[in-house]
Design a protein around this ligand. Structure first.
Ligand SMILES: [Zn+2]
Length: 331
């Protein structure tokens, strides 16, 4: 096994948690493990599950030849607003958390230094370090899942803003009049149109009036079971309604990204999340919409691509966050 130091990394999602060992210089994750997140059982239960998962990963690593003393600490990504300096999650709606000192909760149990950051920032940094954003000078990432997480990485550094809340791409307003309600309390946000949750809601509304669609057959009549995944499948099979839903999603996403291209002039935008299962059916019209709306020079300078290994971007980024903060002593 490689010499040098290894970092235990944990990516806590609203649905699943992913853990792995990552070498301080990058490379493939070792001992990758996933389990469901006990999201509604409180911070102590989640800490128990995390400690258990990390113990499994550590065992795989040490059986594979990594010495225990090569494992130097833990990087954690959490879905919420994080005070990274104090290691406190001050608001995580998906977990029902407010002011949870997650770093101390984990540090006491693991007896290793722990660093905590927002999951979208970790994913953005992971894409920049060893993913589809590698080598980018100004990278924007968006994860289209239950919500829309975003991150901006400039010269390898996450753009945090003055209170650590920058990069909330999902809450860019794309519909000013009569916009759909958003989870943030506002309306007309990109997340209310292009997240998995939004596509699901729009699909159900479109199906409610009895329009014939392949989607109905895929979910065997159970329209309440429709998700973005079935919409993508029906679209691939040429279903008119599903294709319309994907085209509309592309219009909103493309409009939002065009604004980002005009404002930030990034060289790369990397898209991840379950919604990207639609593949080129979504990606091609998104690129077209950005080209149509954004300044030509900015649009030409920007590559819009799908993430390559989105399921591990979070752990890779959490590990790099740890390396910088603890091993190198800066953010
Ligand atoms: Zn919003």
């Amino acid at each position: 096994m490689r010499s040098g130091r290894w970092i235990l990394a944990l990516d806590v999602g609203g649905t699943n948690m992913v853990a792995a060992l990552i070498h301080e210089d990058g490379g493939d994750p070792v001992g990758l493990r996933t389990r469901s997140t006990p999201a509604d059982q409180g911070p102590a239960a989640l800490a128990d599950a995390a400690v258990d998962l990390l113990a499994q990963v550590r065992t795989v690593g040490t059986s594979g030849g990594i010495a225990a003393n090569q494992i130097v600490g833990v990087g954690v990504g959490v879905p919420g607003a994080v005070d990274a300096v104090r290691g406190i999650v001050f608001l995580a709606p998906n977990l029902g958390w407010r002011d949870v000192p997650i770093r101390d909760l984990l540090q006491d149990r693991l007896e290793l230094p722990v660093v905590v950051d927002n999951d979208a920032n970790c994913a953005a940094l992971g894409e920049w370090w060893t993913g589809a954003g590698r080598g980018s000078r100004l990278l924007v990432t968006a994860t289209l899942g239950t919500g829309i997480g975003g991150g901006i990485v400039r010269d390898g550094r996450v753009l945090r803003g003055v209170s650590g809340a920058a990069g909330e791409i999902g809450h860019m307003v794309v519909q000013v009049v009569g916009g759909r309600a958003c989870s943030c309390g506002s309306d007309g946000c990109l997340e209310a149109y292009a997240s998995g949750t939004a596509i699901r809601a729009r699909a159900r509304e479109a199906l409610a009036d009895g329009t014939p669609s392949r989607i109905r057959e895929i979910v065997q009549g159970g329209v309440e079971r429709v998700t973005a995944q079935e919409v993508a499948q029906a679209a691939r099979e040429g279903d008119e309604l599903a294709l319309r839903l994907i085209r509309e999603t592309a219009s909103f996403l493309g409009a939002g990204l065009a604004s980002l291209v005009n404002i930030l002039n990034p060289d790369r935008i990397v898209l991840a999340g379950g919604v990207m299962q639609a593949g080129d059916l979504l990606l091609l019209p998104v690129r077209e919409e950005v080209r149509r709306r954004a300044f030509e020079a900015s649009s030409e300078a920007c590559v819009i691509a799908a993430a390559r290994e989105p399921e591990t971007a979070g752990v890779r980024g959490a590990a790099l966050t740890f390396r910088r903060e603890v091993l190198e002593g800066h953010r």
